[in-house]
Design a binder for this molecule. Structure first.
Ligand code: NAD
Ligand code: LMR
Length: 329
């Protein structure tokens, strides 16, 4: 095992996603069995006692890869020297709430956290925002961290990506491993666009294999886009284990890279690709190599897809304007 632990910060560590995420990271699911991990856990003061209980449980697992755990309510202390920052802590959406309602409540969390990361994180820090509204929270953190390259910020759309793979596999009766090149475009919200026109099933075009435009437009897209709300409706709480699993998938791909002949969905700063306004944190198909993501180029976007992408990007621009108006960026 390498002697120097990799420092992984998790915010909102006493929350429901944290309860699933921490044990996966500590057991090596993020960095593998040969890399020791030091967990840095940030919470608000009233949640620290509950977090202490979670740390007791982490101790009780005797994970060989868990070198150390530090907890606290001071972002500058917790983020000191961190190599990965998983920003989960935020207020989850309740029944009937839309993500836009959460902008003001959550925006205030991510400006100070961006500033703290800017001041004390390791130079190579990789930042993943899971807390909603994830894309715009990432934009806020990024805008408050001028010394960290913008390519080191991202937001999670891997859960949507995984949901899209799962729905398509179920429709076609194939294993999820047969599905490649899935793409989520835009915002992690009900406007997101899960794209089957560039996805592949057993090497063949997914939209053609499905051969049912009505299913694609009226069932597949809304099922994936509204899955978060369906889970809230069913559980009375937002998705947690699947969100933690997707957060691990996202951060692990960022470390390990994408497989040959495949890509993943990540929300990253737009460089203007595919007509997405530069500077917005929008989901794209990306490949990853040596810890650097690149937006897949050259995909043909037809009129149907154009309309869907534009609608989601328009929502991101509205969110950006709202947080600008609040002085958060
Ligand atoms: P939760 O309420 O169970 O936990 C959130 C935790 O964050 C709480 O323990 C709270 O004390 C903590 N917190 C609040 N402000 C904080 C701050 N300033 N610093 C540190 N910690 C802070 O919520 P959850 O179910 O774990 O969900 C967390 C977030 O993830 C929510 O915003 C939820 O909507 C979002 N989410 C995103 C996705 C996605 O795919 N991007 C999926 C599911 C959930
Ligand atoms: C999810 O996709 O499950 C979460 O983002 C919950 C939500 O607020 O929709």
């Amino acid at each position: 095992m390498s002697p120097t632990p990799v420092k992984v910060a998790v915010t909102g560590a006493a929350g429901q996603i944290g309860y699933s995420l921490l044990f996966r990271i500590a057991s090596g699911a993020l960095l593998g069995p040969d890399t020791p991990v030091e967990l840095r856990l940030l919470e608000i003061t009233p949640a620290l006692k509950s977090l202490e209980g979670v740390v007791m449980e982490l101790d009780d697992c005797a994970f060989p890869t868990l070198a150390k755990v530090e907890i606290g309510d001071d972002a500058e202390k917790v983020f000191d020297g961190v190599n990965h920052a998983l920003l989960v802590g935020a207020r989850p959406r309740g029944p009937g709430m839309e993500r836009g309602d959460l902008l003001e409540a959550n925006g205030g969390i991510f400006a100070p956290q961006g500033k703290a990361l800017n001041k004390v994180a390791a130079d190579d820090v990789h930042i993943t925002v899971t807390g909603n509204p994830a894309n715009t929270n990432a934009l806020i953190a990024m805008s408050n961290a001028p010394d960290i390259p913008t390519s080191q910020f991202s937001a999670l759309t891997r859960l949507d990506h995984n949901r899209a793979i799962s729905q398509l596999a179920a429709k076609l009766g194939v294993p999820v491993t047969e599905i490649k090149k899935m793409t989520i475009w835009g915002n992690h919200s009900a406007t997101q666009y899960p794209d089957l026109f560039h996805a592949e099933v057993s090497g063949k075009n997914a939209a053609e294999t499905v051969g049912d435009q009505a299913w694609l437009a009226d069932t597949f897209i809304p099922t994936v886009a509204k899955r978060g709300a369906a889970i809230i409706e069913a559980r009375g709480a937002s998705s947690a284990a699947s969100a933690a699993s997707a957060t691990i998938d996202h951060a692990r791909t960022w470390v390990e890279g994408t497989a040959e002949g495949d890509w993943v969905s990540m929300a990253v700063r737009s460089d203007g690709s595919y007509g997405v306004e530069e500077g917005l944190i929008s989901s794209f198909p990306v490949t990853v190599k040596d810890g650097q993501w690149s937006i897949v180029q050259g995909l043909d976007i037809d009129e149907f897809s154009r309309g869907k992408i534009d609608a989601s990007v328009a929502e991101l621009a509205e969110e950006r304007d709202a947080v600008k108006g609040l002085g958060l960026i």
